[in-house]
Ligand binder design. Sequence first.
Ligand code: MTE
Ligand code: HPA
Ligand code: MOS
Length: 978
Amino acid sequence: MTASPISDLNPLWMALGAEVVVTSAARGERRIPFNELYVGYRKTAVEADEVMVKLVVPLAGENEYVRSYKQSRRREDDIAIVGASFRVKLDPETGAVVDAGLAYGGMAAWTKSAVAAAEVLMSGEKWSDALVRKAMAQLDSVDVPLAPNAPGGQVGYRRELAKSFLYKFFLYVSVESGLAPVEAREITGALLQEHKPLSQGRQEYASSAFEAAYDGVLSPPVSGGVHMPEMHASALLQATGEAVYVDDIPVAAGSLFGAPLLSSVARGTIERIETSAALALDPSVAVYTADDVPGMNVLGAIVYDEEVIVSKEITSQGQLLGMVVASSADLARLAARKVNVVLTEAAPDAPELVVTIDEAVAAGQYMSGGNKMKSGDVEGALEGASHVLEGTTYVGGQEHFYLETFATLAVPVEGEQMKVYASTQNPSKTQKFVSRVLGVPSAKVAVHVKRIGGGFGGKETRTCPLSAAVALAAKLSGKPVRCMLDRDEDMVYSGTRHPYKGVYKVGYNDDGKILGLDIDLYSNAGFSLDLSGSVMDRALFHVDNAYKIPAVGARGWLCKTNTPSNTAFRGFGGPQSMLICESWIDNVARELGKDPAEVRAANFYEPDATTHYGQVLTDNRLEAVWGEVMSKSEYETRRAEVAAFNAAHRWRKRGLAAVPTKFGMSFTAKFLNQAGALVHVYQDGTVLVSHGGIEMGQGLHTKMAQVAASAFGIPVSDVYVDETATDKVANTVPTAASVSSDINGMAVLDACEQILARLATVEGVAADAPLAEKALAAHLQRINLSANGFYKTPDIGFEFDPTGETAGSGMPFNYFCYGAAVAEVEIDVLTGDHVVTRADLVMDVGDSLNPAIDLGQVEGAFVQGMGLFTTEELIKLGNGHVFTRGPSFYKIPAFSDIPSIFNVSLLKDAPNSRAIHSSKGVGEPPLFLAASVFFAIKDAVGAARVDAGLGSGAFDLHSPASSERIRMACGPVAPELE
Ligand code: MTE
Ligand code: HPA
Ligand code: MOS
């Protein structure tokens, strides 16, 4: 009755010829056939005084066939892009259609009956492929035509789906009735989307380090020290909901709640901000704007190029225009809606609004900060190659979608002192922003982070200005102010992973050997620089993924657009650039008619090879992870099985892909590679550890407790990590780049060793006495039981050559992480639907500090990467409006997207001499392994294209491989109608 145009059920009622019985007190009952029920967008023929009392559904009779179809962005919890229901009644003697009902959702402003197509079917002709194709021709021209700018977009895809569904129905009815011949290889086209079987998986880890820690006994040693699979320290609290996040901190009496005032347009000039209607709501309401900032208002992550609160010029939707406070969160939001921001829109002669990379490139709108590099004779390599492939790959952005949105509580203490509790990866930058905006010394600002509900890079910098605005409200009101963003606010304010475009030229020989690469990388930076320069640097360092390319020319371009400022996201430019690399590798293989896995392996870096920026790959483990994943996944056997399946099926295709990865570990900005720790030993022998890193679910605190437990030889339960705070460990770097356990672990160890050295001087206690005994004695002997530890990563630091004519100098990375994955998918050629049937991963994490946590990180990163490369599609409109602002349109992976078979192994006996206890960082490197799913999809699409007569050579598939992109790449079902 809501007349939803994308209802799943209404097309079914309509196709069945159902009727609605409505009644009113005045006129009594009447019947409305379903195909007369809908009269407009969200309008029915039901009068205002009528209610529905009955739905009459005719039963299907003999020789009557009914089927419903639906395609959405994601299988679970998603509305249809297009839905359809079809019914035909056939005369078994003549094969003619005697009755038909065809109905579509998602093709118009209301559920539509395809009357003209039904009439064609009922023309008396015998049921056949030709007849159904004639009916199909009515869809786009008469029944459900879509204008090129139809609301909902995806116009070409929706037209294709409308026909494809009818074709699926043709196949189904033909098979069931036996009235039209269907080739065996076409039968799967008749199938509905299947429910996924129960998932299964295997997690494997083993190493000498683990076995030594385990000591051969059946239960783990009590210590729970390093290399043990300790449970995440707050796992139970998080599972029960007792774990405390910012918004769980009890509300102090007199507290105010903040709501952000965000720009609703992508561009404009603020003339004035009228607050009277908001202020009239309640005496507790106040509105703070740029005029109220006592200190600095122009700040930024690296370059100060953005206002914390916009004073005049709006350059993106979602910019902060003010902070509204009130005695409740609802009241604050209501007040924010009553604030009237009076704007002058851009003058008619103003330059075009710029939203996409291509628009920015056309307008030449770049920010400074994009580096470039060149190694080897690129021109010569391209000239000397037997083949040169040119192409373009787009990689879309990604919303962080952490469970906890941006949240800050600011508590004025006394005088100028401010305590801030923030959901951030960057307490020190939060402190700096608060101090600058308030005009208060840093020493009077303390920032506390107990844990955050996910960050994924989204809270590395973008939280800082919002926290400063909350602190501003606290300072000006003199009361504690808390603000937690709603999801839609967070999605328009916080920025995303950078969309990328790669334009490449690659030279190669007949054997698949790559000789040279020339590439321009463009990123959509948004309205300000933020970390876009560093993200591009990492992208430039990863244009090679895992391959030796003798000559590389690579240039980074940072596009300035009228969209939210984009920022760090797990992998930090690496995944984007590596996906572009794997796209051209895949296309080189297609051009040569080789398996992409073969071309990949043929170009692997050899042990001790040198990258395009001059770093030697000591401990290169590509061959090890690749060999293991190829054999564990039984790649060769399954390659043959996939080929056999594809030969036997026209409308279902399987795809298989193996993808390696190599990820450089360190912040690429040298000064960030430092960490501090503060360790206290108490007289009862328990230990409180503070360090510079924050806990975002990745298990950092658990690992740090293990490091301290091992150092002191005590059970991990005797070590506590409470919170991260700028008044305990100062001048910290963001928790990012996956090196937090490396660098904070070393700092913790340094502090523990200082205390251990002092404990060794305690008199009158046995060397093997329990820590409690030693600590008490030490205290009585006036020995300091606290220590401040510090670490800086040695031997690193890279400088780009500003001319871009050389490879630059120095080593950007401390070491590399390696991994490889094999994924298999099955796609529905007619709808673009896909399922991941199996994924096998092998990841090198050194001698894992905690294999249970590391397996979780590998699995989590992989699934997050699957979202990036498949279902997660950000939509921004031409006027710069952010369309994807919540879970209804933005689709992160759901339960049934997990691979049906999901096997993860940590590479065995792979110690790393360059990090704490021979471990490696793990957070980001495995994310890119999800590219195996993307290229498995591309492999399946390639098979469909051959059948569609589109040939077997290179073709473009851009990321994300949405159902739309998959369907459209497979070719039309009825080419004669295009
Ligand atoms: N895991 C969880 N559960 N939640 C997160 O927010 N962030 C990822 C990764 N794993 C994240 C996560 C990102 S982007 C990084 S850089 C690393 O964790 C940071 O933590 P580490 O340095 O301790 O690995
Ligand atoms: N990785 C992640 N985050 C960062 C980096 C990096 O290299 N540099 C600055 N922030
Ligand atoms: Mo991670 S993107 O370095 O926070």
